[in-house]
Design a protein around this ligand. Structure first.
Ligand SMILES: [Zn+2]
Length: 143
């Protein structure tokens, strides 16, 4: 798994406002993929849940999981209709910012991107433009 070179942001593709827990996400992953996918899950209230250690390989970007930390926020699709939507709460944005900054300090030069920014990914995940949000200072939307 080491060295850490990438940080990939995901959404859980759960409906806006539905309070799915990190433990539920890990449980679904165990049932479907026989392993936990992400290193962190950020719940609606902004709480950050460590679901894999950094030296454990995740399963969140096909063929590209080595050295790749996965962070997933709960939400990512509209409550009605199920279309991709940036549903991050201000608390989730702040926690995402905290984790990104922590990893940038811990692993200088780490590449941070959204799932959809990887080659050959035909998904909307994480339902927002990671590069644009980072360029704008990773605002929580309140400023
Ligand atoms: Zn994803």
């Amino acid at each position: 798994m080491l060295p850490i070179k990438f940080l990939t942001i995901h959404c859980a593709a759960t409906p806006e406002g539905r309070a799915v827990t990190a433990e539920q996400i890990s449980q679904w992953d165990r049932e479907r993929f026989n392993q936990v996918s992400y290193h962190w899950v950020i719940e609606l209230d902004g709480s950050m849940h460590r679901t894999l250690q950094d030296n454990e390989k995740g399963a969140h970007v096909a063929q590209n999981n080595t050295g790749n930390i996965g962070i997933c926020y709960i939400g990512g699709v509209a409550a009605v209709g199920g279309k991709p939507k940036d549903t991050r709460t201000p608390a989730q944005k702040r926690s995402l910012r905290t984790l990104i900054r922590t990893y940038q300090e811990r692993y200088p030069g780490i590449v941070v991107r959204g799932h959809r920014d990887w080659p050959n990914v035909n998904k909307a995940c994480p339902s927002f433009d990671v590069a644009a949000w980072m360029k704008g200072g990773m605002s929580d939307g309140s400023d």
